[in-house]
Design a protein around this ligand. Sequence first.
Ligand SMILES: [Ca+2]
Length: 567
Amino acid sequence: MRARTALRSWCLAQKSGRCGEGLCPRPGRGRKTLRETSRKMTHMVIYQIYPRSFQDSNDDGIGDLPGIIARLGHIKSLSVDMIWISPVFKSPMRDFGYDVSDYRSVDPVFGTLADLRRLVDEARQLGMGVMLDMVVSHTSDQHPWFEASRRREEGKEDWYLWADALPDGAPPNNWLSVFGGDAWNWDATRRQYYFHTFLDSQPDLNFHHPAVQQQVLDEMRYWLEFGVAGFRFDACNHYFQDPLLRSNPPAPGAHTHALHPYGFQQHLYDKNRPEVPPFLARVRELLDRYGAYSVAEVGGSDAIQLAIDYVAPGRLHSAYSFDLLRTTHSATYVRGVLERLATDLPGPGAPCHALSNHDKPRVATRWGAGREPSAVARQMLALLACLKGTICLYQGEELGLPEAEVPFERLQDPYGRRFWPKFKGRDGCRTPLPWDTGPHGGFSSAEPWLPLAPTHVALNVAAQDADPDSVLNFARRAFALRRERPALHAGDIAFDTDSADDNARGLLRFERHAPGSALVCLFNLGEEALAVSAPPADRILLSGAVRRTATQALLEPNGFMIAELVR
Ligand SMILES: [Ca+2]
């Protein structure tokens, strides 16, 4: 029933020329194309761009929209369906765009609305959609809505979470900020505290207010009319807080290992609230009018369950947790995450898998155990290419970039500056991309906002493009294989029920099945070489770090093999 509703809505969008999904190879060919698109929404390949560090076009040391346009061919070469751009809205950049002061304009550092228009159009011509990063859990404190609210302007008094001080002047409860310290900041104008999950310059919107919900939906509608293909929803599980402002209970034992006191609490009341899913249903209703796509970011403990809730029927298309973005990567652990998603998320929504992003250390280092980053990267790219659901590739992952070391004096991330050196922040995965051997790796002729990592220079795109055996060309082959093989992009996933021993040895093994086709996918995530039975050579579709004997294949650490299954 839902698919039929979406079908009609999408066709209406086509008729009115408002189709913004950007994937239709022949706009106007209606229903068949929609069915193909709807199916594809369960297995997208998304490429995430952190625009400040992708490509600078005007030599101010900061990446921008014209820079992205100039490099669309690079993205297209990776069989990408969707481009997710981290925020380019107007912002004072306290959190580098994740603090929006105007949702309907492009920050001048990134370019103009016309540049974004051209990016959307040119990406669409290449068969790719452009997704914007909707950061609506909070705004910048420079957003006119917050300025009106702190003045108690009629109608906007309650658009944010305001609370009186306790008689002794303390904040109303024990809620803390993810970025450290109290989550309550005193506003001298209004003589009240306001709540902020992140920086004190990022006040949280009060989603309990009907006008706030409507306004947020209107901001989305603006961009859907503009023609974007969908949204990534930042901090999706932080939209609502307990209206009674109850204090969180302690998390037993966490005070011995959590980075800072935010981790000492069970976050029962300041996030993950039950009002989120009904709001997401309203979002989905809007998205379906435009055939638009959605991915939620879900953090915190048991984020997998939240992700499952957020992509239940009638809610969002997809969601990613941070469960594969942690340091832990044993075969037993990875299997547990994948199997739970496969079992508990039956569809029509799909999980989104990311191994790297702009918030976490690059996987080639994080899961590398000190090994050669390019070997780790190849295995991780092959793993991504084999996963059921949507996959998300972060800029530079296709080059096998290791995490960059950024010295404290060049650190930009406020989160890292606060907890240095125990926690070095997020700049190590945000450094500029190396494009060639020119100044600053061809990123910019000016000193970049973050330094280009010396370890990245030799891994530049031009050099890898010219080398058939490079990580980049491997990534192109891996994602082309995923696109060509229905078992890999749309098939079912199956794990052996009796493979716990294999998992304990470090072997992650699963099968992908589509009508008439079955593939086996093997990854050695352990520290020792592992022997597996060898399929005939002509059945192997992709492999790396494998030694063959007559009857066996030896998977070295970081070894992998994708082969047609012989029954
Ligand atoms: Ca620039």
